[in-house]
Design a protein around this ligand. Structure first.
Ligand code: KG4
Ligand code: ZN
Length: 343
């Protein structure tokens, strides 16, 4: 193991300052500083607040990761950083820090794609990814289906949301229900007391033959349903609304993910991103994959939400594949396409 490079990974695309240390497929440290509480009262991430928080958290979070892994700066063989997609100002802090560490330590720099990193992270838990696999990434900023022949070399987009991301829908519906931000975990918890079949909410693009998603109609339908109840002076059955909304989302997600597997003759499905922490998504995906003879891989919840380990994992994969490092002049690209795995 010691002959594989020790990779420092830095993630700052949204509100989490994540630092990971990885050697091969072995996770040595995964430290996070989150500014989520500073955004909660605004009901969403405020870019300027996130950037400032990254700046303050960066060096201490790196120090903590080194301590936890029991290694020194001099042991680091490469630095990987999320170069995009994400919030421009937030990305910039991570990219600038990564360049400084790489230059100061005299080691190669890998500017990597945040979405590909969400795929690569699973290797830290479940070992080498099957080639190819289908990956479904569902988070606050993205909902995509990908065909992944090789996460270090080729990722092919199959479909994505045409409006809101899945996590965004969770966050907006939570707001309608008076639950705190970010809403996903609160809806997940509230739904355990309710019935997913209580209210028939619409399932956007269910049978349209594409591998795209749409969640904005669902979000509006939930808001209208709740408003109608309130106008009639009737109580809102929070648990049933949460469970029925959640069921509509995970029904479409799992259906399309398995359609993607079938269409491309792939028998391995990976689900990643913050929404992959959802208990009902994990359960329904397990059920449907089993029925379809598809093997399912979902990282543990802490590796599904944004973190530095995922960036280090992809950096480690790129180094192992002999991919040329990035120049020290790479930009942060807020709309980096998934086909660009590294810069
Ligand atoms: O991947 P992530 O940490 O950040 C982005 O790249 O967006 O995902 C955050 C999103 C939020 O929208 C949050 O509400 C959602 O993931 N989320 C969940 C759960 N945990 C986090 N959604 C549904 N159920 C959960 N248990
Ligand atoms: Zn993410």
């Amino acid at each position: 193991m010691a002959d594989q490079p020790l990779v420092l990974g830095i993630e700052t695309s949204c509100d989490e300052t994540g630092v990971g240390l990885v050697r091969g497929h072995t996770l040595l440290a995964d430290t996070i500083a989150s500014s989520v509480e500073e955004h909660a009262r605004f009901g969403g991430v405020v870019p300027e607040v996130a950037s400032r928080a990254h700046l303050e958290a960066m060096a201490p979070t790196v120090e903590r990761a080194l301590q936890r892994a029991g290694v020194r700066f001099a042991d680091i063989d490469a630095v990987a950083v999320t170069a995009g997609p994400g919030l421009a100002g937030a990305l910039l802090v991570g990219v600038a820090a990564a360049k400084a560490y790489a230059l100061g330590l005299g080691v190669p720099l890998y500017g990597v794609n945040h979405l590909a990193a969400h795929v690569a992270v699973d290797q830290l838990e479940h070992g080498a990814l099957p080639k190819p696999c289908i990956a479904m990434l569902v988070s606050g900023g993205h909902s995509s289906l990908l065909l992944v022949p090789d996460v270090a070399k080729e990722v092919i987009p199959l479909g994505s949301t045409v409006d809101d991301a899945a996590g965004e829908a969770f966050d907006k519906v939570a707001r309608v229900l008076g639950l705190p931000f970010p809403g996903g975990p609160h809806i997940d918890r509230a739904a355990t007391e309710g019935s997913g079949g209580a209210i028939a909410f619409p399932r956007g693009k269910y049978d349209d033959g594409t591998l795209d998603f749409s969640f904005s109609g669902l979000k509006t339908a939930v808001a209208r349903w709740v408003e109608a109840r309130e106008r009639a002076g009737e109580p809102v059955p929070l648990a049933d609304v949460a469970a029925s909304f959640q069921e509509a989302v995970v029904d479409v997600l799992t259906r399309k993910a398995l359609q993607a597997c079938r269409r491309h003759g792939v028998r391995d499905l990976l689900i990643g991103g913050g929404v992959a922490a959802n208990s009902r998504l994990r359960a329904l995906a397990r059920e449907r994959c089993e029925a379809a003879g598809v093997r399912l891989r979902v990282p543990r919840p802490g590796l599904c939400t944004d973190n530095g380990a995922m960036v280090a994992a992809l950096g480690s994969e790129l180094a192992a594949a002999g991919v040329s490092p990035s120049g020290l002049d790479i930009p942060a690209d807020s709309s980096l396409p998934i086909t660009a795995i590294h810069m």
